[in-house]
Design a protein around this ligand. Structure first.
Ligand SMILES: *[C@@H]1O[C@H](CO)[C@@H](O)[C@H](O)[C@H]1NC(C)=O
Ligand SMILES: *[C@@H]1O[C@H](CO)[C@@H](O)[C@H](O)[C@H]1NC(C)=O
Ligand SMILES: *[C@@H]1O[C@H](CO)[C@@H](O)[C@H](O)[C@H]1NC(C)=O
Ligand SMILES: *[C@@H]1O[C@H](CO)[C@@H](O)[C@H](O)[C@H]1NC(C)=O
Length: 287
């Protein structure tokens, strides 16, 4: 009895300490055709957030106002919802357009950026509530988009065979070609601000590659050999996460070998986003 009381007391103290400091949880939100789900990367627990019938190729988050942004490729709506939330997720459509694909939030000037995938495609931006939609530039089939918030550059890929990787400033000016030849489509792109390197996934062959910001020193991190299956990528410190059919994989970006399986779903995984959540249900960082 005494031992039990002591242990109970110790356990209570641990819980109180953990509660008062908050525990950072690494999480990942991802989309399948039928659901948006969230996974706690420490426990592996998966939770369904909303159901849908949509291809959602990317996700974006506004840390300040706490909104998750979801581009619905099939219906053409860009929706947002408060997140984290104690209630059922309540989505509101903020932009109605055609085939939104890549999406990202600029926390500095508070704009939402996205690509529209068509032969007369565009890169656009708007205010967080969807007002003031502005066309930045026209591009043939633009796909994945990544913002380098520090140096103020937008990097984006293409659904062309072969394709190119481009860079433009946040107003759509000074467009340059960074990678002149990519063997296939690029549906996943990421920037590593610390290492000043760019990462992308080549869809058809499933090759994950990287280069300096200026496009030199192209390296293959892994040839997944999972043809026509690898879509979105995201970077967290030393690791790159990527989707491979119904799995999310994680690989060390420098070693580039032995990827580990983060999650296996029942459905193909389209887009995902890595973030850190604290004990009080607040997202504190996009990883
Ligand atoms: C959810 O509810 C808890 C407990 O009532 C509260 O502390 C927390 O701030 C709420 N979170 C949000 C996002 O409203
Ligand atoms: C709308 O966008 C234009 C072009 O970027 C900008 O000059 C203007 O200040 C914006 N207006 C509002 C109300 O956001
Ligand atoms: C590209 O950037 C790398 C790293 O900053 C640098 O070492 C290299 O000289 C640059 N190459 C060109 C062609 O500018
Ligand atoms: C993909 O194929 C290449 C060539 O056969 C091989 O070297 C590589 O290890 C394979 N990749 C994986 C992840 O199995």
């Amino acid at each position: 009895m005494k031992l039990h009381q002591t242990m109970f007391c110790m356990l209570t103290i641990v819980i109180i300490i953990a509660g008062s400091f908050g525990i950072d949880k690494q999480k990942l939100m991802f989309s399948t055709y039928n659901y948006l789900k969230e996974i706690d990367l420490d426990t592996g627990v998966v939770q369904k957030l909303t159901s849908q019938n949509e291809q959602v190729y990317s996700l974006a988050y506004d840390i300040k106002e706490r909104y998750m942004y979801v581009p619905k490729y099939d219906t053409g709506d860009i929706v947002r919802f408060s997140y984290p939330t104690n209630h059922t997720v309540m989505s509101e459509s903020i932009v109605t357009t055609s085939s939104p694909f890549g999406i990202s939030f600029d926390s500095v000037n508070r704009h939402l950026y996205w690509t529209e995938l068509s032969s007369t495609g565009m890169i656009k931006r708007c205010n967080p509530d969807g007002s003031n939609v502005t066309v930045l530039l026209s591009e043939i089939k633009p796909t994945a988009l990544a913002l380098d918030i520090q140096h103020r550059w937008i990097y984006y890929g293409q659904e062309q065979n072969p394709s190119k990787i481009f860079r433009t400033n946040f107003d759509g000016m000074d467009k340059t070609i960074i990678i002149n030849y990519v063997a296939s489509y690029v549906y996943g792109i990421g920037v590593d601000v610390d290492a000043e390197r760019l990462y992308w996934m080549e869809y058809e062959m499933g090759d994950l590659r990287s280069a300096w910001y200026n496009g030199s020193d192209v390296k293959t991190i892994i040839s997944t050999n999972a043809t026509d299956n690898n879509l979105n990528i995201d970077i967290n410190g030393d690791f790159i996460f990527y989707t491979s059919n119904n799995q999310i994989m994680k690989i060390d970006k420098s070693l580039g070998q032995n990827p580990t399986v983060v999650h296996t779903d029942t459905e193909k995984i389209y887009g995902f986003l890595l973030y850190k959540q604290d004990g009080e249900n607040t997202i504190i960082k996009i990883l």
